[in-house]
Ligand binder design. Structure first.
Ligand SMILES: Cc1cc2nc3c(=O)[nH]c(=O)nc-3n(C[C@H](O)[C@H](O)[C@H](O)COP(=O)(O)OP(=O)(O)OC[C@H]3O[C@@H](n4cnc5c(N)ncnc54)[C@H](O)[C@@H]3O)c2cc1C
Length: 386
């Protein structure tokens, strides 16, 4: 790996020796505990539940949550390290670790009550509790206001009815942050968030969805039928959920951009190595000007992506990353991964084989242009700032 892509020369993202030590720990964990069995888990459609506890033991979960709640107490660069190491090693089956740690946990940290934080964050950090966020429904993804899941007040709390789809970690989830309508007539102003225990009667999981890539990462449908949750399952204030989502989605979009910048760097490195080695017409592939120029373009693209993503990380850490900035980082970095198609091309037929990293990278990066808000929605957000 080119040392400008991990921490060396990353002046915009100031990693310290402690981040480097943490990076080595995460890299070792992935090499020893994840990669040797990843292909089996791809067949199964999920990683084993025990892997979550192993990850908890080495401090891989909730790195950016304060230690008083059992988290690592680190800054956002620890999250970046985890995202990058997963992306660089193609351990896509544990992509959901970062959804759990850096997308779901911050909702509790930022909007939850002290009791909700104390009851859940330590267990999430240890891997004893696995968490998901359930926004998307069969009839509503990009247009979140159009969700149909409802939460109706009852004497004991709220009764939730509805259905969610494409939910990361849904298969193993012990808790789900459910996005539901508490005032169906009020559009975005009628949405609330609920922290639900999946042991509650009325909760049902659907099948593991058969995805094009990221095959070891569980993605599931969820069903709620007269599922009664207590009053204190409400996260934050009633009908304020949409605002909470918009606030947290900026962080999620930055995380996706970080992952894509790393994936593009890794795919480029594999391709440079491959084209130096592979011979055709009596010379290495890289000796052809067409391939050299194409790789030069992609190297430039990867460097530009890295610069935008690292400066966005820095702005996020200073509290200055606006929603349109996060959208630009996500749009640019995810669209840049289209270059992985060219990188696959230079591997010839081998590129199309899943045993080659480039083939898996090609399918694994694809949903980044869809989830967390699609490229089209990113353009809408950016356009609103014009
Ligand atoms: C692997 C994977 C994991 C996921 N994990 C989760 C999860 O953990 N939790 C969760 O809640 N969701 C999750 N999702 C769902 C994801 O967030 C949605 O798929 C995404 O928001 C798009 O919604 P949709 O699929 O309903 O597409 P649609 O909203 O139906 O959009 C279809 C197409 O139309 C385009 N489009 C829509 N509106 C406009 C417009 N106004 N202008 C131009 N184009 C438009 C979209 O960009 C897209 O290209 C996951 C999805 C995948 C693939």
């Amino acid at each position: 790996m080119d040392d400008t892509t991990r921490s060396g020369e990353r002046w915009l993202a100031p990693f310290t020796p402690e981040h480097e030590e943490f990076r080595r720990t995460i890299g070792r964990f992935i090499r020893e505990e994840v990669l040797p069995r990843h292909a089996d888990w791809e067949q199964q459609g999920c990683v084993p539940r025990e892997l979550w506890r192993k990850a908890g033991r080495i401090g891989m979960l909730l790195t950016n949550i304060p230690d008083e709640y059992g988290g690592g107490g680190g800054d956002f660069l620890y999250t970046v390290v985890v995202l990058e190491e997963i992306a660089l090693s193609l351990a896509s089956g544990i992509t959901g670790f970062t959804t759990h740690s850096d997308i779901v946990a911050p909702y509790l940290l930022n909007f939850g009550t002290e009791a909700q934080k104390k009851a859940n964050l330590p267990g999430m950090a240890s891997g004893d509790i696995v968490a998901s966020v359930a926004m998307t429904e069969p009839g509503a993804g990009s247009d979140l206001k159009a969700i149909r899941t409802t939460a109706v007040r009852s004497s004991a709390g709220y009764v939730i009815n509805g259905q969610k789809t494409f939910i990361t970690n849904g298969y193993h989830a012990d808790r789900v942050l459910i996005v539901a309508k508490t005032d169906p007539e009020a559009g975005a102003r009628g949405i609330s968030l609920f922290w639900a225990d999946t042991a509650t009667p009325g909760f049902k999981r659907g099948r593991l969805l058969d995805k094009v890539g990221q095959k070891a990462q569980d993605t599931c449908e969820l069903f709620f039928q007269d599922m009664e949750v207590p009053h204190d399952a409400l996260v934050g204030e009633e009908n304020k959920g949409f605002g909470y989502l918009m606030k947290e989605l900026a962080r999620e979009r930055l995380m996706i951009a970080v992952r894509c910048a790393a994936a593009l760097d890794a795919a480029l490195d594999w391709t440079i190595a491959y084209t130096k080695e592979r011979q055709a017409f009596g010379k290495p592939l890289l000796d052809n000007q067409h391939i050299r120029f194409k790789l030069a373009d992609i190297k430039t693209l990867a460097r530009a992506t890295r610069s935008l993503v690292d400066s966005s990380i820095l702005r996020y850490m200073k509290g200055e990353l606006r929603s349109e900035d996060a959208a630009m980082a996500k749009l640019w970095a995810t669209e840049a991964t289209r270059a992985i198609d060219d990188l696959l091309q230079f591997h010839g037929g081998y590129g199309y084989m899943r045993e080659y990293a480039i083939g898996r990278a090609y399918t694994d990066v694809r949903p980044n242009r869809i989830y967390g808000g699609s490229s089209e929605i990113m353009r809408e957000i950016i356009a609103r700032s014009l």
